[in-house]
Design a protein around this ligand. Structure first.
Ligand SMILES: Nc1ncnc2c1ncn2[C@@H]1O[C@H](COP(=O)(O)OP(=O)(O)O)[C@@H](O)[C@H]1O
Ligand SMILES: [Mg+2]
Length: 369
């Protein structure tokens, strides 16, 4: 059993309450964070938006039992640092949740970072603002009309259609134009479990189908990048970036995800697999160039992360990033996530837990503006 170091900040993992399970979110992840924090001398607990009462001296928090299977409610001091794990956008948008986040941001002493989920359209807008990051951004527009689609098809014969607030590949479509057939527009739709393909003779027919598919959900349309492949399947790089004990961005780790045999994305729940980046890159580029490409990833990812943080006008402490590698070895930004899912690679996982507390210590030393 480790002892608490009173010089180290109290850290609360913030989530929302759940009628059946006490609180929402990934319990295994929370348990790992709490256990690592304790080993490092911190008091760490899970707190719900409902229980986090900023004007009281103590709050009611949750900690896991020794086996990690049960969670107990205990009375604990207010946190100095809040690790935001509000589980999804629906929860984040609820008025009491938004109000609590705002209260934490305004609080005299409490530090909360990563206040919001990112929106895909905003990310691309932010990265276009700086020349250094713009070159890693695929051509992207908001998908509002058949005219936008036609305009994009004039310059690109393959496009990705993605929900602005999407995740895990949900709702993603890929469109391909093939001149020499009677049904030249080919739309692949990725829904919950299956992939459907729809072929159309005209943009009008195509647009009718896309409109039906997307309903009222906001979408972006994006140039498809011709990705380097491994055994004929596309892969992308997943980068975890976190701030360290000096409050500076660093790359915690780089993983790779290889697409499932018939999937248009690389997500593990859709048949994708966790792979070694160097192995993925070596097939297409050879060992030497693969190493050079991999070496270029941290600098590019850091550039992108800093620009995202600057443009978001919020304090960020971590993000994960999906980067594509084209056939020439160029790096392309696909998305960043402000609530990174846990990385399964053991070395990345281990460091990621430590970084949370290193950055917490940095934050706790800062006085708020
Ligand atoms: N413009 C693109 N060109 C090529 N592949 C893409 C493009 N956009 C997305 N993908 C593929 O689809 C995956 C999911 O896209 P992403 O934007 O990360 O959406 P999600 O939020 O659903 O994860 C990416 O990891 C990549 O493999
Ligand atoms: Mg993604």
């Amino acid at each position: 059993m480790s002892t608490r170091d009173l010089n180290k900040p109290v850290v609360a993992i913030l989530t929302t309450s759940d009628r059946v399970k006490q609180f929402k979110g990934n319990r295994n992840n929370f348990r790992d964070i709490i256990n690592r924090g304790r080993e490092l001398g911190h008091l760490v607990y899970v707190v719900t938006v409902r229980d986090l009462k900023l004007d009281e001296r103590t709050v009611s928090g949750y900690v896991p039992s020794a086996s990690g299977k049960l969670w107990y409610s205990i009375s604990v001091p207010l946190p100095q640092v809040i690790y935001n794990r509000i589980p999804n956008r629906n929860e984040e948008e609820k008025a009491p949740v938004a109000r609590k986040i705002a209260e934490c941001l305004e609080h005299e002493h409490i530090h909360l970072y990563n206040p919001n989920f990112f929106n895909k359209w905003n990310l691309f807008e932010w990265l276009k603002e700086s020349r250094a990051t713009a070159k890693h951004v695929p051509k992207t527009r908001r998908l509002r009309s058949a005219a936008t689609l036609s305009a994009m098809l004039r310059n690109h014969d393959s496009l990705y259609l993605k929900p602005e607030s999407g995740k895990a590949g949900k709702g993603i479509m890929r469109l391909k134009y093939r001149e020499d057939t009677s049904l030249p527009y080919r739309l692949q739709i990725q829904s919950d479990k299956k992939n459907t393909t729809y072929k159309a003779a005209s943009v009008e027919r195509l647009w009718a189908r896309i409109s039906r598919e997307k309903g009222l959900t906001r979408y972006i349309v994006q140039q498809a990048i011709g990705l380097a492949t491994f055994h004929g399947r596309p892969f992308d790089l997943r980068v975890l970036l976190q701030k360290n004990g000096r409050g500076a961005w660093g790359v915690t780790g780089i993983g790779a995800r290889l697409a499932g045999s018939r999937s248009i994305t690389t997500h593990v729940p859709r048949g994708g697999s966790v792979e070694e980046p160097a192995t993925m890159l070596s097939e297409h580029f050879g060992t030497e160039q693969a190493a050079a490409i991999l070496k270029s990833v941290p600098a590019t990812a850091l550039l992108l992360a800093r620009q995202i943080e600057r443009a978001s006008e919020t304090t960020l402490g971590e993000m994960s990033m999906d980067l594509g590698v084209d056939e020439a070895g160029g790096l392309w930004f696909f998305e960043a996530n402000s609530r990174p899912m846990k990385f399964d690679e053991p070395a990345i996982r281990k460091l990621s837990l430590e970084r949370i507390f290193q950055y917490s210590q940095h934050l706790a030393r800062q006085s708020k503006p």
